[in-house]
Write a protein that binds this ligand. Structure first.
Ligand SMILES: Cc1cc2nc3c(=O)[nH]c(=O)nc-3n(C[C@H](O)[C@H](O)[C@H](O)COP(=O)(O)OP(=O)(O)OC[C@H]3O[C@@H](n4cnc5c(N)ncnc54)[C@H](O)[C@@H]3O)c2cc1C
Length: 493
């Protein structure tokens, strides 16, 4: 069986790679380990960070690639390769425009969060760059799947690939379900490693600090297969030790869309009993702030806030808080001094913290932590209520939700995989979480990982098509659907 390009993984990066390779004239096979396409991308908000887009322009937001690049590099303390990041920042907007052309809808209107389509402040950027599509990650997967069908890209589900065909120093295909599939180029887009605990322990040990509270929301296929596949071709790694952990309550086990949100009217205190952060700081930086304060915090709120929690969520509900109190895991007390005693923080400091809160944010100001600015960006118009009605509650918060891992096969600006001598591995590209070097020590706000997957996926597809044309065994040798032809997704159903 022979193709120009074989793409492993039908998530965000894999779909983008498959479609762009097909647009460039390649005959493409897309192999997916699970029973459905989409991977983590399907679950995501689809928020895409990019600079200089038509959406920003329509809203009068001035932005540029240079500005994006500077911000990205500074936030990551220049610990990433500038050439690769320059390419990523340059190509993010064209990748978004490409998706808009394929039918993705990002309305040119202000959005308060990843839950509403439009342009939002994705986190810590100076200019709003968070493009949230209608139907979120599902919308992204849908338009790419439509394009895949239009371009006759073959898709095979339930096919977890473990082996590359490597000969004479060149990747020449893969082994899928025991069948050799030859190809001019292969793209590894198998996602991250969050679902493989032993790989998390090795490649992203900071996640272990959450202990039994750790939970994973990445797609089920995120088993780190890129590492073993890359090893077969002598690939180098990048992004080691980095990933995205989101701060949640210890009792959460799902993404906040299902889990719900802690009360708006809350403060976080560390073991000194003092407030230390903007409670609405972007998840891009919140875990790092907690690191400086012992790795965890207490969310303090009152009875009015508990009762105001909206119904319908799995975790943050009025009843769940009481159940956690009954189980002895969440502290409750009639006054702040007693609450301080239960969580082991100085009573005077906790009382002073709440007294200060009650005369600042409920009156619309937060001179110390500027949370009023974050709330404004989220479209919150009413100031949070005072925290004054007993009983009071203290819930432990920590970086416990593992969403993205950054350890991938080291890639160059064209998404070609590099070996340990710095040379490209002929015939092999990688993208998304499987491709290392774009996602850095600091997540640059919501939209970083989706932009990486789709931008670098699109680049990888183009590179693979060009590589197949230049030197691969397959181009212009189309498979004639001989015996053993792959099941398409349709046939597999
Ligand atoms: C709940 C949630 C919300 C998120 N929201 C955002 C957001 O709004 N913005 C943002 O920037 N990021 C977000 N992210 C992160 C982002 O979605 C991912 O980083 C991104 O989708 C990764 O894309 P990918 O193509 O690398 O991996 P995936 O989309 O996970 O795709 C990898 C695919 O490869 C398949 N696969 C794995 N191994 C094999 C194998 N051996 N053979 C064949 N197939 C294989 C998998 O099953 C999967 O389908 C979110 C993540 C989650 C979990």
């Amino acid at each position: 069986m022979t193709y120009d390009v074989v793409v492993l993984g039908a998530g965000g990066a894999g779909l983008a790679a498959a479609v762009s390779a097909a647009e460039d004239g390649a005959r493409v096979l897309l192999l997916e380990s699970e029973g459905e396409i989409g991977g983590s991308m399907l679950q995501s908000a689809g928020m895409f960070t990019a600079a200089g887009t038509s959406v920003q322009a329509a809203m009068g937001v001035e932005d540029s690639v240079d500005r994006f690049f500077q911000h990205y590099m500074d936030l990551n303390q220049w610990r990433l390769q500038p050439g690769l990041i320059r390419r990523f920042c340059t190509q993010a907007a064209p990748a978004l425009e490409w998706l808009l052309g394929l039918g993705l809808d990002v309305p040119a209107e202000r959005s308060g969060s990843a839950h509403h389509p439009g342009l939002c402040r994705s986190g810590v950027e100076d200019v709003w760059r968070g493009h949230v599509p209608r139907d979120q990650g599902q919308g992204v997967v849908h338009v790419l799947e439509r394009a895949r069908r239009r371009h006759d890209v073959d898709l095979v589900l339930h096919t977890r690939v473990h082996d590359l065909l490597v000969a004479d120093g060149r990747v020449r295909g893969v082994v899928a379900d025991g069948v050799e599939v030859r190809a001019g180029a292969v793209v590894i887009a198998t996602g991250g490693l969050a679902q493989a605990p032993e790989l998390v322990a090795r490649w992203f040990p900071p996640a272990l600090a959450a202990g039994d509270d750790l939970f994973v929301t990445a797609g089920t296929g995120s088993r780190g297969d890129h590492l073993a596949l890359g090893e077969q071709a002598g690939a180098d790694l990048a992004g080691i030790g980095w990933g995205l952990l989101v701060v949640t309550a210890y009792f959460q086990t799902r993404h906040h869309w299902d889990a719900g949100f802690p009360p708006l009217s809350r403060v976080y205190v560390d073991r000194s009993g003092l407030r230390f952060m903007d409670e609405d700081a972007s998840y891009a930086v919140a875990a790092g702030i907690l690191d400086d304060h012992g790795g965890q915090a207490w969310a303090i709120f009152d009875e009015a806030a508990r009762l105001a929690l909206p119904p319908g969520y799995a975790d943050w509900t009025p009843d769940r808080v009481l159940a956690e109190v009954a189980g002895g895991r969440t502290a409750q007390a009639e006054d702040l001094a007693a609450l301080a005693g239960r969580i082991g923080v100085p009573a005077a400091a906790l009382e002073a913290t709440l007294a200060r809160w009650n005369v600042t944010l409920p009156l619309g100001q937060d001179p110390a932590f500027a949370r009023s600015e974050s709330l404004r960006a989220k479209g919150v118009t009413e100031p949070p209520a005072p925290i004054a009605r007993p009983p009071f509650y203290a819930v432990r918060m920590l970086p416990a939700q593992l969403v993205v891992t950054h350890t991938g096969l080291r890639i160059d600006e064209d998404a070609r995989v590099l070996d340990r001598t710095g040379a490209t591995v002929p015939g092999l590209s990688a993208a998304g979480e499987a491709g290392g070097g774009v996602l850095g020590p600091r997540y640059v706000g919501g939209g970083n990982a989706v932009a990486n997957a789709l931008t670098m996926g699109r680049i990888a597809g183009r590179t693979a098509a060009a590589d197949a044309r230049a030197g691969g065994p397959a181009l212009s040798a189309p498979d004639d659907a001989a015996a053993g032809a792959p099941r398409t997704a349709d046939a597999a159903r």
